[in-house]
Design a protein around this ligand. Sequence first.
Ligand code: MHF
Ligand SMILES: O=c1ccn([C@H]2C[C@H](O)[C@@H](COP(=O)(O)O)O2)c(=O)[nH]1
Length: 264
Amino acid sequence: MKQYLDLIRRILDEGSDRPDRTGTGTRAVFGHQMRFDLSEGFPLVTTKKLHVRSIFIELLWFLRGDTNVKWLHDHKVSIWDEWADKNGDLGPVYGKQWRDWVTADGRHIDQIADLIATIKRDPNSRRQLVSAWNPGDLPDMKLAPCHCLFQTAVIDGKLHLQLYQRSCDVFLGVPFNIASYALLLMLIAHQCDLEPGSFVWTGGDVHLYSNHLDQARLQLMREPYPLPRLVIKRKPDSIDGYEYEDFELVGYEAHPHIKGAVAI
Ligand SMILES: Nc1nc(=O)c2c([nH]1)NC[C@@H]1CN(c3ccc(C(=O)N[C@@H](CCC(=O)O)C(=O)O)cc3)CN21
Ligand SMILES: O=c1ccn([C@H]2C[C@H](O)[C@@H](COP(=O)(O)O)O2)c(=O)[nH]1
C-alpha cells in the first residue's frame, strides 16, 4: 500500500501542527487523494496487521441500518463503544442515513437500495450518490459522519467508487475506511453484475494524532507485502443478504499489529 505510506510521509513532511476537538493535537494536511485499482488486489494496509473482522462486521452493521452497538457486541466488535450512550445508541449515524433518511415531508429514503436500482437502470447516471451528512440530524448524532459522501460510476463494465471523508485519522481510522469502502464497492458491483474498478479516496482534514507519530514512522521503516485478494463466495438476492462468512481473504501477509490510543 504505497499510497498509504506516501500519505503518512506527506503529513510528516508537510503537515501543520493543529489543535483539535479531542484535545490530543494533530499534524495535518488539507486535501489528499489516493486511488486503488481493485484488480491489483484488496487494499489492506500490510505495514501493520489490521483487525479485518472489525472492518467487515462494521460494514455489515451499516448496511443493516443499525445504529446501536449491541449487534457489534454480539459479533465481538467494540470499536464504537466509546461514543455510544448507556443504551448502546449512537443516534442517527451512518446506518440510519444510508437506509432510512427521513425527509422534511415524512418520506423514508433507502439510499443504498436506490443507488443499486439506479446503477442497474441507468448506469450512465451522474447522480449515483449516497450522503450520510444530514445537517438536520447532526445534533442527535454521537459523532458527526467522517466518511460522509460517496459516488459511484459505471465505465466500460466496471464499477468505480469515490469517497469523500471530511476528517481522517490516518493511523487508526483510514486503514479501516479504505478497506470498508473497497468491500462496499465489491458488494455493489457483485449485486449489479459489474467488475470492481477503482476506489478513489478523497480526504478533507487528513491528520495524524500527535500520539500516533511514532507508530506512523515505524510503518515507513517496514517493507509492504503484496496485497491480498478478497473472494465473495456467495451471491445473495440483495445487498441485505451478505454475511461475514461469505468473505474470504486470501493471502493477507502483514507486519505485526501496532497499538495506538483512539482519540475520543
Ligand atoms: N479518533 C477517532 N478515530 C477513528 O478512526 C474513529 C473515531 N475516532 N470515532 C468513530 C470511529 C470508530 N473507528 C475506530 C475506532 C477504534 C479503532 C481501533 O481502536 N482500532 C484498533 C483495533 C481495534 C479492534 O479492531 O478491535 C487498531 O489497532 O486498528 C479503529 C476505528 C473509526 N472512527
Ligand atoms: O470512520 C471514521 C470515523 C472517524 N474518524 C476520525 C476522524 C477524526 O480524527 C475523528 C472525528 O473527529 P471530528 O472532530 O468529528 O472530525 O474520527 C475516521 O478517521 N474515520
